[in-house]
Design a protein around this ligand. Structure first.
Ligand SMILES: Cc1cc2nc3c(=O)[nH]c(=O)nc-3n(C[C@H](O)[C@H](O)[C@H](O)COP(=O)(O)OP(=O)(O)OC[C@H]3O[C@@H](n4cnc5c(N)ncnc54)[C@H](O)[C@@H]3O)c2cc1C
Length: 458
């Protein structure tokens, strides 16, 4: 009888099936780097049909698989567990169609987000999802994790951008739900089962997304504030005055801001004095001159009313990029800090200020030499917490402290990075036993043998 690998060689060409030392280390772990492990085999299908045949064989022979997109995930979800086959979607990479009238894009799941963004721009359209990992993360990975990013305050998470999906189920069945319509209430909207399911219910192979008109202008400002109450007041004011033009509201605590500037000496601090909070505000519009005036007048009004302590409006694209480099400096920081408990949590917006003070006090009482860095997409309730002592053995204990406080404040253990493997044991802090039981029922119904991303999420 042929082995599974021999059978797979009839489906995949030799350059798409790798074993042993031929598997590059790139496929051993996601961006978190946690628990790296070589997969038992690496498969790179080119078509949905190939993938469907692979899954039918794996299902028949109880072979567990892990799905890999761009491997920028931070929850360990795409990292192989011992004995798993890794299925990389990287060869399923193409923007199949931009429908300029219907403002939709049809794209293969292994397409990097940035490629889709650029294809939309060529048609004067806008793909309203953006994150620091844009060059490497795939649209399939974005769907699987329901990725958020920096424009959620205006356009919502990936879930709100997806119109249709094609998915291969654990047993190889292909679900073609490539809907292009906003309104379609013909039965259950099955795409929502797969969005955010982190590859546990099916493998996303093609996606239809809703595009938007490309905003003509973008205004960016870096602001300084002294207390969290002013931050939430400003958010309410800007939502009211700028309406849907408000596309970014990124808050940095002084601990994060000062550390980024300390680690990356190329970055410039535009403020002469120290402040408690720094805020990156972005406003996108289709009115050119009027938009700039409106934005500056709005910020000036808040300076006069002393809600803001200071503000600098970017005068060029380069200025705006400099501001964003401070916000996105976390990538470099993580490399410089050594072992870090890097958490992405959600809380009701009014509680974030109290929570952050409470968290810092509690962690410092336990670990006097701890560093705590706070920042996040506050307009979407999302707080990023990086806490480090420099000692590997403290990392898990610090994570447990942060997670248990999230439970106390009725927050979410993950806002946008997903549960994967790294957060799985904390799920009950954010979900009721009945919710978790229903998740398990759905998983059992769709993947009764448990071969698809086993041990992730639940
Ligand atoms: C510098 C940096 C910045 C980031 N910023 C953000 C941010 O602002 N917002 C945010 O939400 N995330 C952010 N992330 C996390 C990450 O980029 C996102 O989670 C992204 O959506 C993952 O996509 P990926 O293709 O890399 O997926 P992978 O890491 O390959 O996989 C992630 C999960 O999805 C599953 N999966 C992947 N592809 C498929 C598929 N086709 N079908 C089914 N399951 C699949 C995997 O099995 C795994 O469980 C950031 C990461 C980095 C490194």
């Amino acid at each position: 009888m042929q082995t599974l690998i021999e059978q797979l060689t009839h489906i995949l060409e030799p350059s798409a099936l790798f074993l042993g030392d031929d598997i590059s280390e790139k496929y051993h772990a996601d961006w978190s780097g946690a628990s790296a492990c070589a997969p038992a085999a690496l498969l790179k299908p080119k078509t949905t049909e190939q993938l469907s045949q692979i899954m039918a064989l794996c299902y028949e022979q109880n072979q567990p698989v892990v799905v890999q997109g761009g491997l920028t995930g931070l929850a360990g979800g795409a990292t192989p567990l011992s004995g798993e086959f890794a299925i990389s979607l990287e060869r399923m990479n193409a923007v199949e169609e931009i429908d300029a009238r219907g403002m939709t894009a049809t794209v293969l799941a292994g397409t990097p987000l940035q490629v889709l963004q650029e294809a939309a721009e060529e048609h004067d359209l806008f793909m309203p999802l953006d994150l620091g990992a844009r060059g490497s993360c795939n649209i399939g990975g974005n769907v699987a994790t329901n990725a958020g990013g920096t424009e959620v305050i205006r356009y919502g998470m990936t879930r709100s951008l997806v119109l249709g999906l094609e998915v291969v189920l654990a047993d190889g069945t292909v679900i073609n739900a490539m809907n292009k319509m906003v309104k379609n209430n013909s039965g259950y909207d099955l795409k929502h089962l797969f969005i955010g399911s982190e590859g546990t219910l099916g493998i996303v192979t093609r996606v239809v997304v809703q595009l938007q008109p490309k905003p003509l202008v973008c205004h960016t400002a870096l602001c300084a504030l002294e207390d969290y109450d002013s931050v939430t007041k400003l958010l309410t004011e800007l939502k009211r005055s700028l309406g849907s033009g408000l596309t970014g509201f990124e808050l940095m605590w002084d601990n994060y801001y000062n550390k980024v500037l300390e680690v990356d000496s190329d970055l410039q601090n535009p403020f002469g004095e120290e402040h408690h909070f720094y805020l990156l505000v972005e406003y996108k519009d289709n009115e050119t001159a009027l938009g700039a005036e409106r934005f500056e007048a709005e910020l000036f009004g808040h300076l006069e009313a002393e809600l803001l302590s200071d503000a600098v409006v970017a005068q060029s694209h380069q200025d705006a990029e400099e501001f964003w480099r401070i916000r996105d400096g976390i990538g470099e920081l993580l490399k410089a800090l050594g072992p870090v408990s890097n958490q992405d949590v959600s809380l009701p917006i009014a509680d974030i200020g109290v929570f952050s003070t409470h968290l810092e006090t509690r962690l410092k009482a336990k670990y006097p030499d701890i560093g705590v860095l706070l920042f996040g997409h506050i307009g979407d309730n999302n707080l990023h917490v990086c806490a480090y002592t420099g000692r590997e053995e403290d990392k898990l204990l610090i994570t447990e402290d942060i997670m248990s406080m999230i439970g106390e404040y009725s927050g979410a253990i993950t806002a946008e990075h997903g549960v994967g493997v790294l957060k799985r044991d904390y799920l009950e802090l954010s979900r009721t036993p009945e919710e978790i039981a229903l998740m398990k029922t759905i998983k059992k119904a769709m993947d009764p043998k448990g071969i698809l991303n086993p041990g992730r999420v639940i």
